[in-house]
Design a protein around this ligand. Structure first.
Ligand code: NDP
Length: 312
């Protein structure tokens, strides 16, 4: 068995919550070690333009913003590492975490900032064409659909933002919305209705992804629960929300009915002493970069207090 590395403060996850926790924890001399997980920088790196984060009057790309926060954490000495947490044994007295199925770490305190992942419709045909026209990241894959017709599924801020982004690349964008209204913010709704190459199909539900050896060729939709509609597209972008990344904590950390980590009161304490959670993994409501960063700050402050009280 490999040697166990002992660390003071282990941070799992690298979105705005994890990196902000790393800034605060390193400035408090907690010697944080942060594992970045599968997606360095988290979900924001798949966002095009972030226009509502204070301090960037002209907006900033999600990728650049995450790189800025990462650099800030490094500047104060955070030990940021590549690697994915694959197992953990967390209790009030011992916190053991496995990285990439091989390395073992024992931490005095753990901050969970594993975020959330894109949701899919769950259709067999959708699974079949994943990576062949089905994508959950317009910013990552939009480039491949220059002058093509594409569809975005969903009616929230993500879907409308994705449709706007794709409208600048693709020939035509269908926005497929299951209800008869958009959930997105008014400013985005206005923009989308003023974009001539976006067509919104309200009260349409995706029943099947159509395709052949070349990939996606269309979607079979159901209109208002009865009529069948076929649209010809080569790219389908999912933007129907997210699931929290908590499967490795199941049975140890208390989760709510949707899998989000439950934290106590206004703080970030989980049901296990010395284990804190911040960012989207514990926030089904706000899910903004700024609220994630704020909760990362809180998690680091809670951790500092916990470690101080332990040492007394
Ligand atoms: P939301 O949960 O807000 O919206 C999800 C959308 O997908 C809804 O329109 C929902 O429809 C639809 N949907 C869900 N499941 C299905 C399904 N099975 N089939 C068809 N449609 C489905 O998620 P978002 O990712 O858009 O936003 C999450 C949070 O992040 C929000 O708080 C949002 O404000 C925020 N955000 C902010 C941004 C910004 O400020 N720039 C950018 C992106 C996100 P229905 O309405 O019928 O439930």
């Amino acid at each position: 068995m490999s040697d166990i590395e002992k660390v003071n403060c282990l941070i799992i996850g690298s979105g705005p919550a994890g990196y902000t926790a790393a800034i605060y924890a390193s400035r408090a001399n907690l010697s944080p070690v942060l594992y970045e997980g599968m997606q360095t920088g988290g979900q924001l790196t798949t966002t095009n333009e972030v226009e509502n984060f204070p301090g960037y009057p002209e907006g900033v790309s999600g990728m650049d913003m995450m790189d800025d926060i990462r650099q800030q954490a490094l500047r104060f000495g955070a030990d940021i590492r590549e690697g994915n947490v694959t197992a953990c044994e967390l209790s009030d007295t011992k916190k053991i975490v496995t990285i990439d199925d091989k390395k073992t770490i024992e931490a005095e305190a753990v901050i969970i900032a594993t975020g959330a992942s894109a949701r899919y419709l769950g259709l067999e045909s959708e699974r079949k064409f994943r990576g062949m026209g089905v994508s959950a990241c317009a910013v990552c894959d939009g480039f491949f659909y220059r002058k093509k017709d594409v569809a975005v599924i969903g009616g929230g801020d993500t879907a409308v933002g994705d449709a706007l982004y794709l409208s600048g690349i693709a020939n035509k964008v269908y926005l497929i919305v299951r209800k008869n209204y958009l959930r997105a913010s008014k400013v985005l709704q206005e923009r989308v209705s003023n974009t001539p190459n976006i067509e919104i199909l309200f009260e349409h539900v995706t029943k099947e992804v159509l395709g052949d050896n070349s990939g996606v060729t269309g979607l079979r939709l159901e209109k208002q629960g009865k009529d069948e509609v076929i649209i010809n597209i080569t790219g389908m972008f999912l933007a129907i929300g997210h699931n929290p990344n908590t499967s490795i904590f199941k049975g140890q950390i208390t989760l709510d009915e949707n899998g989000y980590i439950v934290t106590e009161g206004k703080g970030t304490q989980t049901n296990i002493k010395g284990v804190f959670a911040c960012g989207d993994v514990q926030d089904p409501t706000y899910r903004q970069a700024i609220t994630a960063a704020a909760s990362g700050c809180k998690a680091a402050l809670d951790t500092e207090r916990y470690l101080l009280s332990k040492g007394e």
